[in-house]
Ligand binder design. Structure first.
Ligand SMILES: [Zn+2]
Length: 478
């Protein structure tokens, strides 16, 4: 056990009930408060697991073992074999162009669905994009979706995607060879491999595995998918895009094959003026639903079972770049982007060529397929736990009517049949991760003997097997 920093003893004394709960049987908080307190003292969030960490279940470990680097390699090479997958390329040639890639992905997804006992369906989702930036003439844009219907709460939906369109140096060049192995056959391979290994399983909630088009022309396919979900009133509780997850080698030659970056916004893209006013008043710029989602990914997927460190980056995307999570953020859905740890820009958005003896282009020879398989395991650990655990608590509020030095939290009880209760989490306002977990039982309110002015609070749900939801950050209610 780590020594307790004496300066923290007063805080600890004020929260005798606080203990860092580890995943396991419901209600058995096993880690000590002193461990959590020392976590709060350290600035390096990656030094050891956060108090909210959840080790993988036996069921999840078995699933992770089935993810196969050879399958991922075969998928990437097959997608490269279509020559170009540019969104404006031919859609009716059986061997070359985006249409051939679309048809192959659909056939593969259907073969996975055939093993699902009727729970998975695969379909095309398409629309005609009228002329727009980077779309000179009306163009059919088609996503390929495989939907694994939840067995308990199918109305809760989680989405994982990659984009199957590709590009070269000129974003309007629809005929040159455009292998797009890393960007983004690798992300499509992740989504497809997850569809394959999950098809024979029974997640409680629904998972959608998507290969989208039109990303390089302006996120068109993902925008269409997100708007369709929104129009249908679909409760998308999380979305991950995997975009450029194929290589572990940076342009300076250094390798980092055990790290994956996860880009997650702070201030929500969909924030209303009222929400902005609240945030300016009491904070919360590091507590958007997407940030809670990023913490959840670290909690569930940064561990020996995936073999990966999840490097969360506190920004929506890289400079001058954007990905398919953004249209989901615009619709108000929590979303984040996985991207390899350090990119080599000679191997993406480049004409395939040799210049001064150097090979340019997004070729499979630059990919690291075991790395992409580990990225798939990170996605699988997060998605499977999201789908099996309860949804994040709804209507979490921090009551502010009375000026007191304690904190009253309320929330709505979830509808999951295996819901077992709730935990209140808290941390210093300057800490990046939740450091304390307070089991509170199957209730919808709890008072903590800590001032809401001094720390941040959250609430998460747990089920009978001890799986925890992402944290909900309470909004103030006078
Ligand atoms: Zn991309």
């Amino acid at each position: 056990m780590r020594p307790v920093n004496p300066s923290r003893r007063t805080v600890l004394a004020a929260t005798a009930a606080a203990g860092a709960a580890t995943a396991g049987t419901a209600g058995t908080a096993s880690a000590s408060a002193s461990t959590s307190a020392s976590a709060a003292e350290e600035s390096d969030a990656g030094a050891h697991p956060p108090a909210t960490a959840q080790p993988p279940t036996r069921e999840l470990r078995a699933l992770l073992r089935e993810i196969d680097p050879a399958r991922i390699e075969a998928t990437v090479r097959k997608l490269v074999s279509f020559g170009t997958r540019h969104t404006l390329s031919t859609q009716d040639d059986p061997a070359r162009g985006i249409g051939a890639a679309r048809d192959w992905i659909l056939a593969e997804m259907r073969s996975y669905a055939a093993t699902s006992g009727g729970r998975m369906t695969a379909e095309l989702q398409s629309y005609v994009q009228e002329p727009a930036p980077r779309i000179p003439t009306a163009t059919r844009i088609t996503n390929v979706l495989a939907t694994l219907r939840g067995s308990v709460t199918p109305e809760r939906v989680y989405v994982v995607s990659g984009h199957y369109d590709s590009r070269v140096t000129d974003v309007m060049d629809a005929t040159s060879d455009s292998p797009g192995a890393d960007d983004d056959a690798s992300g499509v391979a992740v989504a497809m491999e997850l569809a394959r290994v999950m098809a024979r399983r029974r997640p409680a909630a629904t998972i959608v595995f998507a290969a989208v088009a039109g990303e390089e022309q302006g996120l068109y396919g993902a925008a269409h998918m997100a708007s369709r979900f929104k129009a249908a009133g679909t409760d998308v509780q999380a979305m991950f895009t995997n975009d450029i997850v194929g290589a572990s080698r940076a342009d300076d030659g250094t390798k980092d094959p055990y790290t994956i970056r996860l880009f997650a916004e702070g201030v929500p893209t969909s924030e209303t003026p009222e929400q902005a006013a609240t945030r300016r008043s009491v904070g919360g710029e590091n507590d958007s639903p997407s940030r809670q989602l990023a913490r959840f990914v670290r909690d569930t997927a940064d561990n020996p079972a995936t073999g990966m460190r999840v490097r969360v980056v506190h920004r929506r995307d890289r400079y001058r770049r954007g990905g398919d999570h953004i249209p989901f953020l615009e619709q108000g859905y929590p979303a984040a982007r996985f991207t390899e740890p350090a990119e080599d820009f000679a191997h993406q958005h480049q004409d395939v060529r040799v210049e001064d003896g150097k090979q340019y282009g997004d070729l499979p020879e630059f990919c690291d397929f075991p790395f992409t398989a580990r990225v798939a395991r990170v996605n699988a650990a997060a998605l499977w736990t999201l789908a099996q655990a309860p949804g994040a608590p709804r209507e979490a509020r921090i009551l502010t009517a009375a000026l007191t030095n304690s904190t009253q939290l309320v929330w709505a009880r979830g509808a999951e049949p295996d819901l077992a209760g709730y935990e209140v989490v808290w941390r210093e306002t300057t800490a990046p991760e939740w450091t304390h977990v307070i089991p509170v039982g199957d209730v919808t309110s709890h008072e903590v003997d800590l001032s809401k002015d001094n720390v941040f609070f959250g609430v998460r749900a747990l089920n009978g097997t001890g799986l925890r939801s992402p944290v909900s950050f309470p909004s103030p209610q006078a």
